[in-house]
Design a protein around this ligand. Structure first.
Ligand SMILES: [Zn+2]
Length: 401
């Protein structure tokens, strides 16, 4: 496959304004060079549209149940008196979710917490070609200390206490087919009875999780809102910090992250959700807390950029396919368009530990997005469905509709 007359952008390399030809062979980018005027009937002339790497959402919840959180997606809310809905309806919702995500140019997602291992079932369906969708990496269940959140997220958490139980909890996720491990270093901002400020696990518990996963060759993500939980997780060698909004208070920790390659997934959108979008769905105390956290999250993104920390795109919201709004928010928060694009591509690839994607370079996997307009001039084109012209996953065309 030859894509002719393309503007190229990945936020990492400066390709300049000249149009290029990009050649894909057997699912890989095999050549990038100046447009030369030659044509063959099989070539695709993109006529000045921009080719970027497929976007990667490093923080998604693959949930069939979470329809209320996704206005504009999935079946309408059920009314009293209506026919009961089959539990299995959820699997069709998952398939529609996968399709919507891929159509938006998101070719890889990292599921950071689903119900009853549904993300692993969806991963199978995509990998076996049953439904179109992005490549999915899933953590299985989130490992949490016994906590109030465990009462709300009954099908999403694996509660455990003490080092040995943490090891067992890690092993259970690997048995279930998890691609990486996620744990709750602190409480969650969406749970009234949890204080997200203190560390919710002991250092020994976090160490046991990280050591067990790393020994087996798996990466580890830590949900970390307050500073102490983030600090211990970073010191114990976690690979990604989810949310991490408090880190601006301790620049030395950001320096440590930069040195070690620990990736920050700031999830700005989720703070907007709680502070602004879904204020009628959460307790007033949680909404007030989210308003404070929102400012902190933006301060941390800027401080992380200044410290040289790798930043990743994590939507942590809905509707499915809207993840690039996170890049728009990063630019509104002070990142350059190139920095935001790099976060959604190379940065997220680093978060997932995937070196084979995230930039436009020979040898990289051909996960590509063809967009009208120039995301380096206006990042919002990545979040404009009508601007998405074509999505290519692993060298295969997926026609956006
Ligand atoms: Zn989340």
């Amino acid at each position: 496959m030859v894509l002719r007359n393309a503007r190229l952008a990945d936020g990492t390399t400066d390709f300049g304004p000249e149009l290029q030809n990009l050649v894909v062979t057997d699912g890989l980018i095999t050549s990038i060079g100046p447009a030369d005027g030659a044509t063959s009937p099989d070539d695709i002339d993109v006529a000045g549209a921009t080719v970027v790497p497929g976007l990667i959402d490093a923080h998604m919840h693959v949930l069939s149940s979470e329809i209320t959180r996704n206005p504009g997606f999935g079946p309408p809310p059920q009314l009293k008196g209506d026919e009961p809905r089959a539990r299995e309806l959820g699997y069709f919702v998952l398939a529609a979710m996968a399709r919507a995500v891929l159509a938006a140019g998101i070719t890889t997602v990292r599921d950071v917490g689903c119900d009853d291992y549904e993300a692993i079932a969806l991963r199978q369906a995509v990998n076996l070609g049953v439904v179109p969708g992005p490549q999915i990496l899933s953590c299985g269940r989130i490992i949490s200390a016994t906590s109030p959140g465990g009462m709300l997220f009954t099908a999403m958490y694996r509660q455990a206490d003490g080092s040995d139980e943490m090891r067992k909890a890690v092993r259970e996720q690997l048995r279930a087919g998890a691609d990486f491990i996620k744990f709750m270093a602190t409480g969650a901002r969406s749970v009234q009875l949890e204080d997200p400020e203190p560390a919710q696990m002991t250092r020994a518990e976090m160490r046991a999780i990280i050591e067990e996963a790393h020994r087996m060759g798996f990466r580890v993500a830590a949900h970390a809102e307050g500073l102490d939980g983030a600090r211990i997780a970073i010191e114990e060698g976690v690979d990604t910090i989810e949310h991490g909004l408090s880190l601006h208070r301790k620049p030395a920790l950001l320096d440590t992250m930069a040195q070690r390659g620990t990736v920050l997934v700031p999830t700005l959108t989720t703070f907007h959700d709680l502070a602004e979008r879904f204020t009628d769905k959460f307790t007033p105390a949680l909404v007030d807390q989210a308003k404070r956290q929102l400012d902190e999250a933006y301060a941390t993104v800027r401080a992380a950029r200044d410290a040289g920390v790798t930043i990743a795109l994590g939507h942590d919201s809905g509707p499915p396919g809207d993840a690039a709004i996170e890049l728009v928010r990063m630019v509104e928060g002070g990142l350059s368009t190139a920095e935001a694009l790099a976060a959604g591509t190379r940065g997220s690839a680093a978060a997932l530990g995937l070196a084979d994607r995230g930039t436009l370079a020979v040898g990289q996997r051909a996960d590509l997005l063809i967009v009208d307009g120039d995301p380096l001039a206006d990042i919002r084109v990545l979040n404009t469905p009508t601007a998405i012209r074509q999505v290519i996953k692993n060298g295969g065309m997926w026609c956006a509709d």
